[in-house]
Ligand binder design. Structure first.
Ligand code: CUO
Length: 644
């Protein structure tokens, strides 16, 4: 059954800009003969979503095919959500499949792919289905125009090709030194999946601590980018200022499948209003309303009530407000800072719409982090969050001390070593063709950061048997000028490496935790080709498709460590063992779901940690000595970067 589902999803996504291949005869037939409205009574909403979508299609209101799609375009988004609603109203996979096959052929391809990904992510009927890597389904958004052009040449001349992909820009641009991070296809996939797990427009089942997750996942992206910068002799990112020019220009060298090249932006571009969409002044107003709320310690909800935020719940409200999610308590007043910022930055090449340019890279989660202004924008929002966190009372000893545990030693097994390697992925889905022209293998190789496996050895004693929470962070020790930072200076730059629950037993404990077990990362995605083969084989042999404990959202395991330096770069390794009462789920030692709950939560369940995300480093630390408790250990480690 799972094999069949996997096979169906594979076939729906294969060559998504072309009609369903005739070799996928069942789906093909469905798409031609299916009458969606005849089956409304099978939908959990009585067919409301289905009626709406079919009506819009027959009225000819929908975005045409072979046109770019952007989630930040209100109408595009509305259309995509209509399909998400249809698919999520199917309580039976057969209907899910049939509606999907039908609408695939009747809607814009970008809307379809987005809606299918979101629906598979959230639907119970597709649980266990593995979504193929987006960089192989929509490769245009993950590689550059040069590679795409050469891929076409390969196809036209019928010559198999393995194309080398270079990072955008030239050595003249210092930002190029960290392009390997901003353009990493695994990191971009994590980012886009994060936004599919937690869509800002989401109005379905209640997602726990969604706003706080927005803060935390992006705070961590920012902190990780800063750690990469320090590894490459670059200062940490400065925030963005609406009233000053955007220092870094950006030439994406990336092309839409339909709609031409992504627009470029020169250095030192002053912000201009985007006509008919958003003005710079509106951004400033929105910002000051949010900063006022932080200063006052409460936000005002739509019905005029005060919601006090100087507490652990505050960050969740602020996350919703700043992201501008449907959970925002007052979207009319606090606006849509984050979403409009993406649009404003994405349109600076053609703010008046004079040249009919398509949206910029900032207007797609797949491509946004390529632009250095992405990190400046997110640093800006991160600083607003920090303003709030800095208002909260610093943790006191009894917030930090767990008297059951005394850590006696922390060490690393193996060296912390990073290196670059080549990674190959398939471009077959990037090429328009017809069934008559046979495919030739076309792939691209890209350099990517990886690290050697390592393990933490944590020795501690416990006074009694208990479940305990282990929290591991890695924090750059020195600032850009190589001055050692105090805890209060470095805490905001700490990378969450792992968090998990253990059974501590009376007496001595020797805990070994491997890097690959990290609860913020996921392993490499399964290549689309392999997924196809596995599902086809399972269907043909009537065998089971393996159910894997796997999430699409999660930082790539390869990027767990920042690059470091050839001669070694010092980091603080921060380990805290706190009470297992922090766990929000029953059976915390078992319910990690082998997965990336740190940045992505646990799907359909509450966030597994009751503490604020980032605890205990999320609040001001007026004095390092507060952290001198037996259950917290800070040591220095070095990360080496080596040639492979
Ligand atoms: Cu993820 Cu701005 O929130 O890109």
């Amino acid at each position: 059954d799972l094999a069949h589902k996997q096979q169906t999803i594979n076939q729906l996504l294969y060559k998504s800009t072309e009609p369903i291949r005739s070799k996928f005869s069942e789906l093909k037939k469905i798409s031609e003969t299916w009458q969606p409205l005849d089956h409304k009574h099978h939908c959990s909403d009585g067919g409301k979503a289905l009626e709406r979508l079919t009506r819009e299609i027959s009225d000819g209101h929908m975005l045409e095919k072979k046109h770019w799609f952007s989630l930040f375009n209100a109408r595009h988004r509305e259309e995509a959500i209509m399909l998400v609603d249809v698919l999520l109203s199917c309580t039976d996979f057969e209907y899910f499949k049939k509606h999907a096959a039908y609408f695939r052929e009747h809607m814009n391809e970008g809307e379809f792919v987005y809606a299918l990904y979101v629906a598979v992510t959230h639907s119970e009927v597709t649980s266990g289905v593995i979504l193929p890597p987006l960089y192989e389904v929509t490769p245009h958004l993950f590689t550059n125009s040069e590679v795409i052009q050469r891929a076409y040449t390969a196809k036209m001349t019928h010559t198999p090709a393995k194309l080398k992909m270079e990072f955008t820009g030239s050595k003249k641009n210092p930002e190029q030194r960290v392009a390997y991070f901003g353009e990493d296809i695994g990191m971009n996939s994590h980012h886009v999946h994060w936004h599919m797990d937690f869509p800002f427009w989401w109005q379905g089942y209640r997602i726990d601590r969604k706003g706080e997750l927005f803060f935390w996942a992006h705070h961590q992206l920012t902190a990780r980018f800063d750690a990469e910068r320090l590894s490459n002799y670059l200062p940490v990112v400065d925030e963005l200022y609406w009233s000053r020019p955007i220092e870094e220009g950006f030439a994406p060298h990336t092309t839409y499948r339909y709609g031409g090249e992504f627009p470029s932006r020169p250095d030192n571009k002053a912000f201009e209003d985007v006509e008919g969409v958003i003005s710079v002044q509106e951004m400033l107003d929105t910002e000051s309303r949010i900063r006022d709320a932080i200063a006052h310690g409460y936000v005002t909800s739509t019905d005029g009530k005060a919601i006090y935020i100087d507490n652990d719940r505050g960050i969740d409200f602020l996350g919703d407000i700043i992201e501008s999610s449907m959970y925002s308590p007052n979207i009319e007043y606090y606006g849509a800072l984050h979403n409009y910022a993406h649009i404003l930055l994405g349109r600076q090449a053609d703010p008046k719409g004079k040249f009919n340019m398509p949206p910029g890279v900032m207007e797609h989660f797949e491509t946004a982090t390529r632009d250095p202004s992405f990190f400046r924008l997110h640093k800006y929002m991160d600083n607003i969050f920090k303003e709030h966190k800095d208002k909260l009372c610093p943790y006191k000893t009894n917030d930090l001390l767990y008297s059951n545990i005394e850590i006696t030693d922390v060490s690393i097994e193996g060296e912390l070593v990073t290196y670059f390697e080549d990674f190959e992925f398939n471009l077959i889905n990037a090429l328009d063709d017809t069934e008559q022209i046979e495919d030739v293998p076309v792939s691209t190789t890209v350099m990517r950061l990886n690290h050697k496996p390592f393990a933490y050895h944590i020795d501690f004693t416990a006074k009694y048997n208990a479940i305990a929470t282990v929290r591991i962070f890695l924090c750059p020790k020195h600032d850009y000028n190589h001055i050692e930072m105090t805890m209060d200076e470095y805490r905001w730059g700490c990378l969450e490496m792992d968090k998990f629950w253990i059974d501590a037993h009376y007496g001595e404990n020797n805990l070994v935790r491997h890097s690959h077990e990290s609860s913020v990362t996921i392993p490499d995605r399964i290549p689309f080709d392999d997924l196809i083969k596995q599902a086809d084989d399972a269907v043909a042999n009537d065998s089971e498709f393996p159910r894997r404990d796997w999430r699409a959202c999660g930082h790539p395991a390869r990027l767990l460590l920042p690059k470091g330096k050839t001669k070694g770069m010092e980091f603080f390794l921060f380990v805290a063992i706190t009470s297992g009462d922090d766990a929000a789920l029953s059976k915390p030692t078992k319910s990690e779901h082998g997965s990336a709950h740190g940045y992505c939560g646990v799907q359909g369940e509450i966030y597994p940690d009751k503490r604020p995300m980032g605890y205990p480093l999320d609040r001001r630390i007026p004095d390092d000595r507060l952290f001198h408790v037996p259950n917290i250990n800070v040591s220095t480690v070095k990360v080496y970067h080596k040639k492979h």
